[in-house]
Design a protein. Structure first.
Ligand code: SF4
Ligand code: SF4
Length: 447
């Protein structure tokens, strides 16, 4: 195992205020089990899961409560034992309505374990992938793509490099950082399982240089890992954690436009996902909980909490001592890619990495103005797009032209909006444009 500096500089990118010191030294604390969990059926990319329980059913912790709704989907398990008291609609962090199973948690907790594979080195890849799929594991870095699908690439796309993403470049968030500091040994086993499944020769762990404690913990844990293994230290820059950017920073390979990491022989998994893989394979634990950073200057006790999926934001806030003063903005996620939410009655899910409560001091009111063609957004865009041109096409409802100039390559990182002196809502335009493209494609496919 070696430690190297990233040999390839990120193209574009920005340097926001990181504000990670609020929670970087806060050890992971287990949230006391809430009295009620509202478990959303959309905690992943793709089709929502389909409930297999009904109101009045008693469930044990770890029991399957919803099956995958399609190929790109994931099953959902009860995060705790209790009684199903409602099947109702809830809001996801992104503001979309989705179905949810509401569980009143029991005083006496019982647990239904999944099979384990202590001899995973001698277990075939297909069996492990099926197990990881059955455990409901999805990418925990934000996208929520089902891990089962990522770990079974087509035979004409051999994978030679597994990259563990420990960049956590979003401001304020330190959940991955704490997981690396406190559970590096488990992350290592998860990474080795992933490498074993894919038959990959090389393993890289990518971490930004603003996390020396995590780098040291990962170096210690991976020291005796066999084969071509390296910790790659990335210069701190946003969005170093984006998949395609990270592949370039670590390997120098460029994922082609419209392509996938497997087109260049890579699979990128978040460190939290590697931990979840370890937990499922070694401990028989489905993905029912995760670490979430609760931070900002309007929360009494900024923390890293291990919380069951389905915990309401209001329960997280209460466990962190409540709101101090006035929270002028509540964000689900970090300040760059997070979503502003209007309620604390929103449940966490498998991809929820942060909840930020910000005081009026941290919020700047502004009015969007016309583009002054300064070109700063072009310099900042890590995908080499022209956000000014794209946003103008979308504003004019000329979605076809936007698609021609690679709208769908936008990763919604927000770097363009961050630097725009005219304060144009560039990311909102991109999201609206991409949604229109998807709707057009769906309409063309419809019989
Ligand atoms: S949000 Fe899209 S257009 Fe803007 S910088 Fe990021 S990738 Fe480029
Ligand atoms: S940064 Fe803003 S003002 Fe400058 S070119 Fe881009 S969209 Fe226009």
């Amino acid at each position: 195992m070696v430690t190297i500096r990233s040999p390839h500089a990120l193209r574009g990118g920005v340097h926001p205020e990181y504000n990670k010191t609020l929670t970087a030294s806060e050890p992971i604390r287990e949230l006391p089990l809430p009295a009620r969990l509202t478990v959303p059926m959309s905690q992943h990319l793709g089709a929502p899961a389909k409930p297999v329980v009904k109101v009045g059913d008693t469930v044990t912790g770890g029991q399957l409560i919803a099956e995958a709704g399609g190929f790109i989907s994931a099953p959902i398990h009860a995060p705790a034992a209790g009684k199903v008291v409602a099947l109702e609609e809830t809001l996801t962090a992104a503001g979309r309505a989705c179905a949810a199973i509401v569980i009143e948690t029991a005083a006496e907790q019982t647990w239904q374990p999944m099979p384990t594979f202590p001899e995973w080195r001698f277990t075939n890849a297909k069996q492990l992938v099926e197990h990881i799929g059955a455990a409901g594991i999805v990418g925990m870095g934000g996208a929520g793509f089902p891990t089962r699908v990522k770990l079974a690439p087509p035979s004409d796309k051999p994978i030679d490099t597994v990259i563990l993403n420990g960049a956590e470049c979003e401001p304020y968030l330190t959940a991955d950082h704490r997981l690396m500091v406190e559970h590096a040994a488990e992350i290592r086993i998860g990474a080795e399982i992933i490498r074993h499944i894919l038959g990959a020769r090389s393993l890289r762990v990518a971490i930004e240089d603003n996390k020396p404690e995590a780098i040291a913990a990962i170096e210690t844990a991976f020291r005796d890992t066999a084969g071509d293994v390296a910790v790659v230290v990335l210069p701190t820059s946003y969005p170093q954690g984006a998949e395609k950017q990270q592949i370039y920073s670590v390997t120098g390979r460029e994922v082609p436009r419209g392509g996938l990491p497997m087109d260049v022989g890579c699979v990128v998994e978040n460190v939290s996902t590697a931990f979840a893989v370890f937990d499922a394979v070694v401990n028989g634990m489905p993905l029912v909980r995760r670490v979430i950073t609760v931070s900002g200057d309007a929360i009494a006790q900024p923390s890293n909490l291990l919380a069951p999926c389905g915990t309401l934001y209001s329960d997280l806030v209460e466990a962190c001592g409540g709101i101090t003063g006035r929270a002028a903005k509540v964000l689900s996620g970090g300040t760059m890619m997070g979503f502003a939410v209007g309620s604390l009655a929103i449940p966490t899910g498998k991809t929820a990495s942060g909840l930020l409560l910000l005081s009026p001091k941290k919020i700047t009111a502004f009015t969007s103005q016309a583009c002054i063609s300064c070109g700063r957004c072009v310099d900042a865009c890590p995908m080499r797009l022209c956000p000014a041109e794209l946003s103008q096409c979308i504003e004019a409802d000329d979605i076809e032209s936007a698609e021609r100039v690679a709208l769908m390559d936008c990763i919604e990182c927000g770097a363009c909006a961050f630097v725009c002196p005219a304060r144009r809502p560039l990311v909102q335009h991109m999201r609206r444009g991409k949604a229109a493209v998807m709707a057009n494609r769906a309409a063309q496919k419809a019989p």
